[in-house]
Design a binder for this molecule. Sequence first.
Ligand SMILES: *Cc1c(COP(=O)(O)O)cnc(C)c1O
Length: 360
Amino acid sequence: MSRSATATIHLDALRANLARVRMLAEGAKVMAVVKADAYGHGLERCARALAGADAFGVASIADGLRLRAAGHRQRIVVLSGPDAASDLAEMRRLQLEAVVHHESQLAMLEAEQGGDPLKVWLNLDTGMHRLGFPPGRAHAMRARLAALPAVDKAIVLMTHFASSDEFDNDFTARQTECFRNATQDIPGERALSNSAGLLGWPQARENWVRIGGLLYGLSVATGKTGADFGFAPAMTLTTRLVAVNHIARGERVGYGATWECPEDMRIGVAAIGYGDGYPRSAPSGTPVRVGDAPVAVIGRVSMDLLTLDLRQAPNARVGDEVVLWGPQLPVEVIAQHANTISYELTCGVTRRVLFAEDGG
Ligand SMILES: *Cc1c(COP(=O)(O)O)cnc(C)c1O
């Protein structure tokens, strides 16, 4: 039997989410971040649905190539820029834009003999301490870039927030302030906010917002779902029941025998597991739906299969649809049970899962 695990991608949700981002961004340009195969939803199909964005953000030149091959003519920004001098020629060939965050990249650009002007986004580290130049060097770095004939003069200034999902943590306001002070008399567009920045920090909107999660209907704010902010989940993960068994009180279920039946009961076996990207860390009690009935994971998630407590689903039968997450069961809730974030779960859906689309 072929496997039934299916991720259905709701193209209407992607389009509606982009429209909502535009509304909240109040005129700022929107970079649709489609890295990691569009957070696991599929790069090409999501880019098609999000083609109205002003730019795409990717993590690799390879993803930029895929977007160009699919016919997209928008601006495409490689969020960590070139890793090697040879990347620069490839970026020019594909007309990709480069985030420049490190002296090594600046040195590569300065060593060039010329070429078509490359569009550059200058990344300043205002406190996350991952990528970016110290803000105090903003003027100097920009001047070096602007002096290069093979760099486009319209350099965008950017920074990235570390804690923008914590709406009561003023670290984002401090990062914004630090950015403003460092860039005061530097000309050019600015790009500060990610998804949580857009929701919680209106003062950081500026010329561009760089949005990933919200376009897929995902939230990383603790205890909140994308739907709580008016966004629609773009993925439903489903499978089928492949067995329904009567198991006696006191018997144990699954690897490690971690769950014991408190009574004689029906147990469902669903054709999905960590080999499909359902998290092994999801403990007994993690919610699942069989048809319209809310049920729960029991025992350990295995590679191909998941066991379910069917006491709340007396009509469940072999072949019934099982929903792991989707509009009726927020992936943020599953992530909370599994001690992770929604982004990791959608990114983690594996290649053996069948992808389907709805909403044309
Ligand atoms: C991933 C990423 C984003 C998007 O973040 P979301 O929380 O998904 O909106 C924005 N900017 C940069 C630099 C990123 O790497």
